[in-house]
Design a protein around this ligand. Sequence first.
Ligand SMILES: Nc1ncnc2c1ncn2[C@@H]1O[C@H](COP(=O)(O)OP(=O)(O)O)[C@@H](O)[C@H]1O
Length: 190
Amino acid sequence: MNREKALALVKEQITERRYIHTLGVVESAIELAERYGADVKKAELAAIFHDYAKFRPKEEMEQIIIAEKMDPALLEYNMELWHAPVGAYLVNKEAGIQDAEILDAIAYHTSGRVGMSLLDKVVYLADYIEPGRSFPGVDEVRQTAKQNLDHAVIQALRNTVVFLMKRNQAIYPDTFKTYNDLIMNLKEKM
Ligand SMILES: Nc1ncnc2c1ncn2[C@@H]1O[C@H](COP(=O)(O)OP(=O)(O)O)[C@@H](O)[C@H]1O
């Protein structure tokens, strides 16, 4: 699918503000893909579609998580997590995207996963550092993203966990597992 068609499909699904965020993620994902040798076209499409399900009703997302036998633990944690796996499902069903690497990058863009692919990391990080983001620590991650992809993903994961902990929120364990996986497999010291 070309960029224009994909953007038109996404625009119908999300708010103007979220669409501007999406364009930022696309820009960052292309830059990261070029820098780290990921498939630029796949990174672009995954970024365009990453928030496709962001505004779906809670009940619809719940029903899809159950019917499609996604991780039932998702239902016990922050519903902000749901749009990622549900988005991958809907992008396949409604937009006809069949590429498993693109669908995985969408599915894991919020939680991460053990064994993140290069494309998963590019989209995860692009969502975190896109130019519209302004949360504390983002500039440090932007700098790291110019040097080492894994180090930057680890920083973003850590910031997210700390952010949630400071707000007394429960943390979906896959994010911890992702952090451990990347830390234990680091080739260069941070
Ligand atoms: N492991 C986790 N456990 C619980 N909530 C999480 C976890 N990871 C992310 N979140 C929540 O999901 C929210 C949305 O994340 P994300 O999809 O990356 O951002 P956005 O939707 O703004 O692009 C985060 O702000 C955070 O509150």
